[in-house]
Ligand binder design. Structure first.
Ligand code: ADP
Ligand code: MG
Length: 255
C-alpha cells in the first residue's frame, strides 16, 4: 500500500469517561504536508496527536496513518488482541516530539538517538552509533554525542529528541508544542531544525503557539476549540483573515 506519509481521519471521537474531548474530527494530510494545529489550552491538540500516534484509542471514526488503520474497531476483543503488535509496528513509523523533551537522563545524546534502532529494530551498535552521530550533526549538534541531557541546554535537548525520533525513519512526525518549554532565545534553533525537516519533505503535524512559524511554514493551519476543528485552511486565510468569531478571538488573545 502506497500510503506513506499520510494521515487520514473521518469523524474521530475521543472521550475520557463521559467527557468528549475530540468530536467529529476530519483530517487529510498528504505526503510532505505541514499542518499546524493551534487553539487554546484544553482544546484537544495533544489528545489528537496522541490518537494519531496510537497512544490513545479513539472511540469512533476512521483513522489511517501511513495508509494503515489505527482507528476504532468493532470487536473490542479482537481489537485488543491484534492491537499491541500492529500498533507497535505502526508507531515505529510515526515520530513524536513532546514539549518536555523526554530524553533518557542516564544516556548520552548518542545513546538516546541509537536506543530505538538498537533496542527496537535490533541494529548493530556500531552502525547505529554512526547513524546517530550523522543525525546529531543534521540537527546542528556535531560533537555533542557524548553529552548527557543535563549538560545540554533545553534547545539542544529538544534537537536530540528530534534526532532520536528521526533515527526510527518515520514517515510522519508529530510535534506537541515543541518550543513551549524553551527559553525564548532557544526557540529559534528548534524551529530552524523543524523548518529544515519540512523543506526535506517530511509530513508534519505540529501543535504550536508560534504563529510566525505557522504562517511561514504551514501548508494548512487548523484551529481547534472545545474538541472541534473550528476552522482550517491556508495560513493566510486562517491566521490573517479568519472567518469564525472564535478563531478571531483566539488570535487576538495570542498576538
Ligand atoms: P490541549 O493539548 O489543546 O491543551 P488536551 O488534548 O491536552 O488539550 O486536553 C483536551 C481535554 O482533554 C482537556 O479538557 C483535558 O483536561 C482532557 N484530558 C486530556 N487527557 C486526559 C486524560 N488522560 N484523562 C482525562 N482527561 C483528559
Ligand atoms: Mg497540549
Amino acid at each position: 500500500m502506497n500510503g506513506d506519509g499520510t494521515v487520514f481521519a473521518r469523524g474521530l471521537r475521543k472521550s475520557f469517561g463521559d467527557r468528549v474531548v475530540l468530536d467529529s474530527i476530519d483530517l487529510d494530510v498528504v505526503c510532505g504536508q505541514i499542518v499546524c494545529v493551534i487553539g487554546p489550552s484544553g482544546s484537544g491538540k495533544s489528545t489528537l496527536l496522541r490518537c494519531i500516534n496510537g497512544l490513545e484509542e479513539v472511540d469512533r471514526g476512521v483513522l489511517r496513518v501511513n495508509g494503515e488503520d489505527l482507528g476504532f474497531r468493532e470487536t473490542a476483543t479482537s481489537y485488543r488482541a491484534r492491537k499491541r503488535k500492529e500498533v507497535a509496528a505502526q508507531r515505529s513509523r510515526i515520530g513524536m516530539v513532546f514539549q518536555s523533551f523526554n530524553l533518557f537522563p542516564n544516556m548520552t545524546a548518542r545513546q538516546n538517538v541509537m536506543s530505538g534502532p538498537v533496542l527496537v529494530k535490533g541494529k548493530p551498535k556500531a552502525e547505529a552509533a554512526r547513524r546517530a552521530d550523522a543525525l546529531l550533526a543534521s540537527v546542528g549538534l556535531e560533537g555533542h554525542g557524548g553529552h548527557y541531557p543535563w549538560q545540554l541546554s533545553g534547545g539542544q535537548q529538544q534537537r536530540v529528541a528530534i534526532a532520536r525520533s528521526l533515527a526510527m525513519d518515520p514517515n510522519v512526525m508529530l510535534f506537541d508544542e515543541p518550543t513551549s518549554a524553551l527559553d525564548p532565545e532557544r526557540v529559534g534553533e528548534v524551529l530552524a531544525v523543524m523548518k529544515d525537516l519540512a523543506e526535506r519533505g517530511m509530513t508534519m503535524l505540529i501543535a504550536t503557539h508560534e504563529m510566525g512559524f505557522a504562517k511561514e511554514v504551514a501548508d494548512t493551519v487548523m484551529f481547534m476549540d472545545g474538541g472541534l476543528v473550528v476552522e482550517q485552511g491556508a495560513p493566510k486565510d486562517v491566521l490573517c483573515n479568519p472567518k469564525e468569531r472564535r478563531t478571531q478571538k483566539f488570535l487576538e488573545s495570542v498576538l
